[in-house]
Design a binder for this molecule. Structure first.
Ligand SMILES: [Zn+2]
Length: 122
């Protein structure tokens, strides 16, 4: 298990989308199971969005904006985590598919080479 200090240092990079997939997965898994870090994450949003009066200055996606307008920071954190998990799963699936493509491409290449040798020398 990663310690909370490491995770809490990753809050801002996570929010700015600067974590690698591996780091992001670690971060999300920890936040989901650690009330302290989840609270820290909410506080991050309270500080960066809640205290700002100038709403136009904040550029957020519409799905997040609705929650921000209601000061629902817990909901915002939950949504961010949910979206991140969907993203991680998509990338995982993509990697699996491209690995499978690579393997089948290799097999066809070997097969083609074998057939070539058979045709050429027999
Ligand atoms: Zn923690």
């Amino acid at each position: 298990m990663v310690d909370c200090k490491t995770i809490q240092k990753m809050i801002i990079p996570f929010d700015e989308g600067r974590l690698s997939i591996k780091e992001e997965e670690m971060f999300v898994n920890h936040i989901e199971n650690c009330a302290d870090c989840k609270e820290e994450f909410e506080i991050h949003y309270i500080i960066s969005y809640g205290l700002s009066d100038d709403e136009d200055a904040i550029s957020v996606e519409p799905e997040y904006k609705k929650l921000l307008n209601h000061y629902d920071f817990k909901g915002l954190v939950d949504l961010k985590i949910k979206n991140s998990k969907i993203k991680i799963k998509k990338i995982r699936d993509m990697n699996r598919i491209s690995l499978m493509c690579l393997i089948s491409a290799n097999i066809s290449l070997i097969l083609a080479a074998v057939i070539f040798v058979i045709i050429r020398y027999y």
